[in-house]
Structures are given as structure tokens and as C-alpha cells.
Design a protein around this ligand. Sequence first.
Ligand code: HDE
Length: 695
Amino acid sequence: MKKDKTSNSPPPYGDSKLARGGELHQTRQGEHPALTTNQGVALSDNQNSLRANPRGPTLLEDFILREKITHFDHERIPERIVHARGTGVHGFFELTHSLKKYTSALVLTETGAKTPVFTRISTVAGGAGSVDTPRDVRGFAVKFYTKDGNWDLVGNNVPVFFIQDAIKFPDLIHAVKMEPDRGFPQSASAHDTFWDFISLTPESMHMVMWIMSDRTLPRSLRMIEGFGVHSFRLINDAGETTFVKFHWRPRLGLQSTVWDEAVKIAGADQDFHRRDMFEAVSTGQFPEWDFAVQLFTQKQADTFPFDHLDATKLIPEELIPLKVIGRMVLDRWPDNFFAETEQVAYCPANVVPGIDFSNDPLLQGRLFSYIDTQLSRLGSANFHQIPVNAPQCPFANHQRDGHMQMDQPSGRVAYEPNSLSTDSPRETAVDSFHHAAIMETGEKGRIRAESFADHYSQARQFYLSQSHPEQAHMASALVFELSKVEHPHVREAMIGHLRHVDERLAHRVADGLGLEHMPDAPCTAAPVQDMALSPALRLIGKMHDTLDGRSIAILITDGSDLDTIKAIKTAATDAGATVKIIAPKLGGARLADGSLRKADGQLAGSPSVLFDAVAVILSEDGAKTLSSDSTAIDFVRDAFAHLKAIAADAGGRMLLNAANVGVDRGIVDAQAGDDFIAAAKTRQWDRERHIRTLA
Ligand code: HDE
């Protein structure tokens, strides 16, 4: 009470009102608590440090200045060595189908129960301040606060990984991160050290195919899949185990950008994905994923033409179908980015009774790495006490002390067994964690299993399973990436590997790079198999026929027709899209009927790369003006080049002509609202071969 009084009463001394921010205090009094030091001392002046005289030196005695600056100096913590840039959201997981037959984990057996989650989606290579849209894998980490304790499913949006053994991870990451002598490139794999490492690591070929696909250029974090990657084990009440792979499927369907679009988005809005998620969650368009499992026995695994313990392999859905067992909804933006998104500490070793690990050597290495990294990143063994990391079920043990201990345990006993306490925590046989009782035999050694030797068959299967546009994008991506590699022998080694994936792909890329001779393919440790194609691996096939979660721009000028704008807006909104009006001035445009239509975005700051489709509704005068404005020309030219639907009225068509935009099924008359909506639900893949030389 005393402090409130102090903050609201006039300052007892000091200079002018303005220098103290006095105006602010006078206009916004209300319920503000007093501003205090960390020791609780109320401040009368937060604008001026303590000086010997008005123009004299600052005094060391100023404990208020020192405390404030010292705290500020220590505000940053080490960023994550990988996955530094991420976006986190709270939500819940709801189980719809029980896995009681397979597991005792409550989170997977109590149908209808809602388990709170915190999900962080990230890029891998760039720093915390890097752009959202580089060609990169997306991390997909979910912390389930279950009744049995925290379960972290720390996955990616790609179902396989580069390497088979954790011991190679530091090499992989050092190769992909900025080159140590020059400090670039940030968040890009198109450089020598990455491709040098890859060309010498044939096991990475399958993952490389995924990275070169459009999966690594997502349109939105709400439109990506998530994969647990490794096989895990489920254990039921009888102690029987079943292998499981975990999958997240976005309800909005999958969607990606094209490369040129992703590059331009990086310039237009470096926070494109984070902003998209923020806007969706804050406007109640909560992103949702189905949660699915692939369940299989050891007997089934023995028949697979690959080893499921090898993280460079996936299990095609056609072999083991997915069973949807629940859904995740992300519905609450964190209160504070640092406290939650930055401090959240995931760890694949966080499992609950009923879930256990497989022998995947990559997973086994991860079980160690994550806790270790949190110790240096968060600075204390007590990081589990940070609210976003703390279990939401009761937890108790005899671990004590350490930096930043927030608990204040009472009593004499901090050990177990003991006879002095009647209520200290003890082991329990009920609902507690039991490892799968697996028999292990064989020779100890640094040995890679022979069943891990086939590095190309699934890379080939993935590439051949793609649609034509997707294959073309992969070839172009390879040409782009390898064109940034200075060392010819690295480029040639990569073409050699591609020959095992697909000869036509290898020739396409070699041709795109202008190679005069085809390099030899390297020897393989195992024969390359022709596996059955898997259409489920296509991204285009997983786009949904909807505008839900998509965004449409209507470009207008003074004199535009109100009815046409209204009709397009209604049709798009009814189809689920968010509609933004874009005009040369933010104040808006005076329409043909004399009304003023305010703009949601100003043309120069709202290029068409930020939208899924555009409508151009212009008066004749407006069209004339915009036809000599390069921003407006780029607006429609980019929409066309990025294979988007464009609706145009007569004025709009004038601008399209000035921009040299062609005519095809995706260019629709503004009066034909239904046609525009149908065209906007997909990309105009046929257009691509007319407008772009794909490798
Ligand atoms: Fe990670 N990984 N990783 N990783 N990983 C980290 O942990 C590591 C791997 C993944 O949003 C780090 O807290 C090793 C595969 C995600 O906070 C670190 C190996 C997969 C995130 C680490 C792998 C992942 C991380 C860095 C090889 C997909 C971000 C900061 C054995 C299944 C989680 C941190 C978040 C983060 C180590 C391989 C996913 C250093 C040693 C495979 C989504 O501990």
C-alpha cells in the first residue's frame, strides 16, 4: 500500500516533469503498482541517474542505476546450439482412441482427457534472430504435461535424419552452421562445408532428398507435419512391448512456398512464420494436428527391407498404416517469449511409464545431449523448476540445492531410505517407470550394423514417389545449392551419389551446373533396391481443398468498384480465408461510389508474397498510375511467378498487361468469384513450366 501511494504522489524533488516522464505518470495513474528495485525499494525517479551536480559525474553510490544496468547486462542467455530460432505456443492434446492394449501411459489411454502441451517449432541452422523462411528442416517439439510426468516428443517436420550415429552430430552441425573463418552463411545449407560433409556421408542421402524438397520451405508452421523420427517402444500393463513411430498431421493440410517466394518473404517479413502463428492464435484460428501412430512388432520389423533402428529410414505408410489416436490444438500464445519459448527445455529422455526407447543409436545419443545442453544454456541443474518446464503433476525427491534453487524444502531428511521421516518421498511399485525388459547379447565394439548399410534405396524411393513439379523443384534446389559450392570435387562427388538415387536426376543436376563429364557413382556397401513407390510421401497430394488458414489480398485504388471488392471478400471469407485490403496509401482509397475504404496494408509494405492469392480491383485511372509503379508491377508479377490465382477486373487486367503477366486458368475474371476461390485453393502447377527454367 505504501508503495502505491508513493508512485501516485508527486515526486518530492527533481527536474522538469518531462525529464522524469512526469506526463506519463499524470495521464496513466489507475492501478499501476509502484516501480521498485529488485529489493522492493520504490523508485521516485526512473529517468535520471544520480549525479554529483546537474552536469557532473555519475556517482558509484547509485545502487538503482547499478542494479538496473547489471541486470540488463545479463539478460541474454546462450542460444540453442541448434534450433535457436523458434516459436512456441501452449495448447492441449486430446486422446480420441485408447492404446491401452499397447501401453500403460495415461496420456495414451484416457480417451477424452485433455493433456496440456507446450509446442515449439523451430528452424535448425540459423541463430535466434535469423529469418523464418530459409530452406531448412523445422524442429517440432511437444512437451506433454501428463498426469504421469512430462513427456517430450522432440521431433522434426522430416521423418528421417542425416546420420545414423550420434557421434557424427557435432560434425554435421559444424558443417552446416556458418563457416567458422568467415561467419557466414547464416541459416543456409548452400555452402562448401555442408556439401563437403554430405558428399562424404552417403547415409545422409535420404535426408538430403527431403531437404531439397519443398518440405523445407513451409508456407506456415501450421501447415507442416511433425515426426518423432525414431522408433520408440510402448509397454503395456503386462510388460509386453510394441514398437511405435509418432506422427503429427496438420488439419490445414500441407503447403509450401516456391523458392523465389521464400527468398522474397525473407526480405518482406523476416518473422513471417512467427507472425502468422501469432495472428492465427490471437484471432482464434487455433492450429490443429492429428496425432497418429505406426505400431509394429519385432516380427514385422524383421520383414522390413531396412532397419527401423536406423534413423535415416522411414516406414512407408503403405507398409504400416497410420492410426490416428488424437489431436493437438494450439490455443494460447505465451505471456512472455523469454520465460516460455526461450527457456523451455525439451529432452527426448523425458518419457513416462508405458513409453520407452528403442536401440536407435541416434536416439541413444540424444538421451544424453539435451540435459547437458540445458545446463549450459539455462545455467543451473534446477531448470526443471522454471514454470514452463515444471511438471504439472506432483513431484518430489531428495535432490537439493544448486544455483537458483526456488524450492524451500523443510525438515531434516534429504535422503532415502530413512527412518526419521514419515512423509518423505519413497519408491513405489504402483504407476512407476519400468524399462522394457529386453535381452541384449553380442560383442561390444564400435560397430555399425550391416543392416544400416543401404544408403540409397529410400532416397530413390522418395525422389521417384514425387509428382513432376516436386521432382523439378528438387532438381532446381540441388543446382542452386551446389552452384554455391566453390570446390568442384564436392559438386562432382554429389552428382556421383545422385546417380544411385536416379540417373535422370543426376543428369538433370549435372546439366544445370554445366558439368562436362558425368562423375562416377561411388561404390555402395549394399545393393540399391527398387522399393515400391509411396504416394503418401508427396507434399502436393497432402494439400487440402480449403482456404482455411490462408490469406488473400485485394489490391484497390481510388475509384475501385465497391461491389466487386465486397463480392470477392465475401466469397473468400466464406471459404475460410482471411482477407486484407491493400492500397497505395494506408489511409485507404476513395471508391467509385464515394465511400472511403481503409486499407489493412500499404502496397510497398505488403507484397503479394505474403498472401496465397490476390485480387486486383482497380479503376482505370488507378490502373494507369499503378502501371508505372514497380511495386505494383512486382505485386502481380510475383503472384503470377509464384503460381498463385489472380482475380482481376478491367482495371486489374490493365495492370496485368503492363506487368506482362500471361493468361491461364489461374487468372480469373473478378466477377467469377467461385472460379477464383477454386483456383486460390491450389497452386497453378501447370503454369510453372511456361515461366521458369527448371533444372
Ligand atoms: Fe536435437 N538437439 N539433436 N535433434 N533437437 C537440440 O537441445 C542433438 C536430433 C531437435 O525447441 C539441442 O535444447 C543431438 C534429431 C529439436 O527447444 C541439443 C542429436 C531430431 C530441437 C540437440 C540430435 C532433433 C533440438 C539444442 C544427434 C529430430 C529443438 C538445444 C544425436 C528427431 C527443441 C536443446 C526446442 C535441440 C542435440 C538430433 C530435434 C544440442 C546430439 C534426430 C526439435 O541438445
